[in-house]
Design a protein around this ligand. Structure first.
Ligand SMILES: C[N+](C)(C)CCCC[C@H](N)C(=O)O
Length: 274
């Protein structure tokens, strides 16, 4: 997960969405590398390494337990009596909503650190605003209050609730399309269906992802927004409708391999524990 391609994709996505200094993906990569060296691409990634495990357990745990409650069929019986897509969607939305609550403060810290463009500490150069994740949490707490740690949380919940519903529906649908009735999907099917589920979900999530990142940066140097709607309207007025698609390419490309592996691990764990 914390590989160079993954970290760079996440960093570039956030910078393209919240800063106007870059002309596109390549320009952002070049400027980051020149100014901050290879290490610059890993900025803000130490917290996500911890939070990914927590957040994914909440998402998949809540999803499968909600499905269990809705259908009253255990995981083993599920291939013979598959849940309806509405049930899958509701369970996905529930998982998405609760994972967003856990993700909010971690994601805020990640975005703030990723947006620091200062090169690594050099003698005589002014230090960056945040020295690291813990210092970042403490500074936000001090400067913006405890609620400051949940800046952008509403936008995050709006982004994740429906799009994670769609995530599980896409996955289930693709698996059922390519698997004979009553059988378990093959590993190849799981990888492809998981990949497409990630890409579809990220494509639909991108407009609100831009708004979420901008709201997380507000309170620092950028202007304050009155809410999600205000941020949408003023971003679109100033930069045109294209603003809602910033980071789309990079989000969807990164999502394929990441979610292919995520679903393969999920299916593997379900079968080895059930
Ligand atoms: C809902 N939204 C599209 C935002 C995320 C869905 C996929 C989550 C996964 N951990 C990933 O990072 O790709």
């Amino acid at each position: 997960m914390p590989s160079l391609p993954t970290c760079s994709a996440l960093l570039i996505q956030v910078r393209l969405q919240t800063q106007t200094a870059y002309r596109g993906i390549v320009d952002c990569v070049v400027k980051t590398y020149r100014h901050e060296s290879l290490l610059g691409f890993f900025k803000g990634m130490s917290f996500p390494i911890v939070s990914i495990a927590v957040v994914n357990s909440v998402l998949f745990g809540v999803y499968s337990n909600t499905l269990l409650a809705l259908t009253a069929t255990s995981h083993q019986e599920r291939r013979a009596q598959p849940p309806s897509y509405t049930q899958v969607f509701i369970a996905g939305c529930t998982g998405g909503f609760l994972q967003a609550c856990c993700l909010a403060p971690f994601d805020l810290v990640k975005v703030r650190l990723q947006n620091q463009t200062e090169p690594r500490a050099q003698l005589g150069s002014p230090p960056p605003r945040y020295r690291g994740p813990v210092h970042c949490v403490a500074s936000i707490f001090r400067e913006e209050g405890p609620r400051g740690l949940f800046r952008g949380a509403w936008a995050l919940m709006l982004r994740d609730t429906p799009t994670l519903g769609l995530y599980f529906v896409t996955y289930e649908w693709l698996c059922r399309q390519s698997t004979p009735d009553g059988q378990n999907p093959s590993s190849a099917t799981v990888l492809v269906a998981g990949g497409f589920a990630g890409t579809t979900s990220w494509m639909t999530a991108t407009p609100l992802d831009v708004i979420k990142s901008r709201m997380q940066m507000a309170g620092l140097k950028q202007r304050e927004y009155r809410g999600v709607l205000d941020c949408m309207v003023s971003s679109a007025r100033q930069e045109g409708l294209g603003v809602f698609f910033r980071g789309l390419t990079i989000n969807s490309a990164r999502a394929f391999p990441v979610n292919a592996v995520t679903f393969l691990s999920y299916e593997y764990l379900l079968h080895s524990w059930a």
